[in-house]
Design a protein. Structure first.
Length: 402
C-alpha cells in the first residue's frame, strides 16, 4: 500500500530547521537534567517503600499528604493508583523514613499515620482494634484475650477464635469488599453473636485498607541504575557493530547518533515534565532504540540501493529521493504504532502512564531522527571527505546474483 506518489520534498534543504529543533529540545532537556528537576527516579532506582492503600470513599490526596507530613515523614510521593473509581493511592517514602531491614515497618508507619491524622474514625477510636487493617493472627489473638464466649485458655478456644478470625477475613477480603468493611455490624451472620458484640464494643472500621507494601534497598536501587545505563549503552554498541558490518562504519555512527539523540530527548522530556523514570520506562527506551534503528536502516538500505542505480546523481538529491520513496512505509508503520501507544497513554491508567509516555515521545522523535538526523549526517560526512579531496565512502548495494 502506497499513500504518497511521486513525492519531491526537499528534506535536506530543511536540515538547519531540523538542527534547530533538535538543539532546542536537547538543550532544554540537559538544562532540566542538570539544573532544574534533575532526573526523577522511581523507588526502583532510589530505594524506599511503596505502600498501596484503598479507601472507602474518594481519597483527598492533599489531605493525605498533609497527614503524612504531620507525622514527620519528609517528601512523600502521593499518587492515584489505577482508575479513579477504585479509590486507591500509592504512598512512596524515601529509604530514610523506613527501615530497610523491616518491610512491615513501612506498612505500619502509613497505617498509624492515616489512623491518627486522616481517618476521623481512627482519631475517635484510639486504642480500639481497626478491623480494616488487622491481620488474621492479630484478630485471633485479640479475640483470645477478650474471650467473648468464655472458653478459657484452652486449645479449643484458640482453634475457635482462629475460626472466627478466618470468617471475618474471608468476608472483609472478598472481591466485593476489597479489604474494607462498611461497618462492624456488617459482620452479623458471619460470626457468632458473642464475637460480634465484642467487636462492636472494642473494634471499629477506619475507612481505608493497606493492601500491600514493597521496599527497595539503596544498594539494590544503585545496582538497578547501573544495569539500566549499561543495558542502554550495550544496545547502542551492538547496533553500531551490526551496521558497521552490514553497511559501513559511517552508517553505524549516523544511526547510533540518531538513537542517542532520541534517548536524550526522551529522558529530557521526563525531566521537564517531572515524571519518574522506572524499570518499565527503561524497557520502553530500549524498545525505542530498536524501533528507531529499524526505521533508520530502512532509509539507509534505500540510499544504498539508489547509489548502485544512480552513481552520478548528487548525494543530497539521492538521499532526498530515498527518504521520499520510503515515506509511505514510514507513515504507515510509525503512524499505526503511534496511534496504539497514544491510546495506551490516554486510557491505560496511572500505572502505565510513564511507560506509554516514553513510547509516545520516542516514536515521534525516532521517526523524525531517521529523516532529520541520520540521513543528513551521511551527506555532511561525504561533503567533508570531498572537501579533503578523498573519494566517495558510501558503498552501493551489490547486484543481486541470478
Amino acid at each position: 500500500m502506497e499513500l504518497f506518489h511521486d513525492v519531491k520534498i526537499d528534506w535536506l534543504g530543511k536540515k538547519w530547521y531540523f538542527l534547530g529543533f533538535s538543539l532546542i529540545f536537547s538543550i532544554a532537556g540537559l538544562l532540566s537534567l542538570f539544573f532544574w528537576h534533575h532526573l526523577p527516579l522511581d523507588v526502583d532506582f532510589r530505594g524506599g517503600t511503596v505502600v498501596r492503600v484503598k479507601f472507602a470513599d474518594k481519597p483527598n490526596l492533599d489531605l493525605i499528604r498533609s497527614a503524612v507530613n504531620k507525622a514527620g515523614l519528609k517528601d512523600p510521593r502521593i499518587t492515584q493508583f489505577g482508575a479513579a473509581a477504585n479509590n486507591e493511592v500509592l504512598v512512596t517514602l524515601s529509604l530514610g523514613q523506613t527501615s530497610e531491614a523491616s518491610l512491615d515497618q513501612g506498612r505500619a508507619v502509613i497505617e498509624s499515620t492515616l489512623t491518627r491524622n486522616y481517618s476521623q474514625a481512627g482519631a475517635q477510636n484510639q486504642g480500639k482494634l481497626d478491623l480494616d487493617n488487622v491481620s488474621r493472627g492479630g484478630l485471633a489473638t485479640w479475640l483470645e484475650q477478650k474471650d467473648p464466649e468464655h472458653l478459657g485458655v484452652t486449645d479449643a478456644a484458640t482453634a475457635r477464635y482462629q475460626q472466627q478470625a478466618d470468617a471475618v477475613m474471608s468476608y472483609r477480603d472478598s472481591a466485593e469488599h476489597s479489604g474494607i468493611l462498611d461497618s462492624v455490624d456488617a459482620l452479623r451472620g458471619s460470626v457468632d453473636p458473642a464475637v460480634l458484640t465484642a467487636l462492636e464494643q472494642g473494634a471499629y472500621v477506619s475507612g481505608f485498607h493497606v493492601q500491600s507494601a514493597e521496599i527497595v534497598g539503596a544498594q539494590v536501587g544503585k545496582q538497578l541504575q547501573k544495569q539500566a545505563i549499561l543495558a542502554t549503552l550495550y544496545s547502542l554498541l551492538g547496533m553500531l557493530i551490526y551496521l558497521w558490518f552490514r553497511f559501513e562504519l559511517i552508517y553505524g555512527v549516523a544511526a547510533v547518533v540518531a538513537c542517542f539523540h532520541d534517548t536524550l530527548i526522551t529522558v529530557g522530556a521526563f525531566s521537564l515534565t517531572n515524571t519518574e523514570v522506572s524499570l518499565t520506562v527503561i524497557a520502553a527506551i530500549l524498545t525505542l532504540v530498536g524501533y528507531s534503528m529499524n526505521d533508520t536502516i530502512v532509509v539507509f538500505d534505500r540510499i544504498r540501493e539508489n547509489l548502485r542505480l544512480s552513481r552520478r546523481e548528487p548525494l543530497a538529491d539521492l538521499v532526498n529521493r530515498s527518504i521520499n520513496q520510503t515515506l509511505s512505509r514510514t507513515v504507515l508503520t510509525s503512524g499505526l504504532t503511534f496511534l496504539t501507544v497514544l491510546s495506551l497513554f490516554l486510557f491505560g491508567g496511572e500505572v502505565l502512564h510513564p511507560f506509554s509516555f516514553a513510547l509516545v515521545i520516542g516514536i515521534l522523535i525516532g521517526t523524525y531522527s531517521s529523516i532529520a538526523i541520520a540521513a543528513p549526517m551521511l551527506v555532511a560526512y561525504q561533503d567533508w571527505r570531498a572537501g579533503r579531496g578523498k573519494t566517495a565512502a558510501l558503498p552501493a548495494a551489490k547486484k543481486a546474483k541470478v
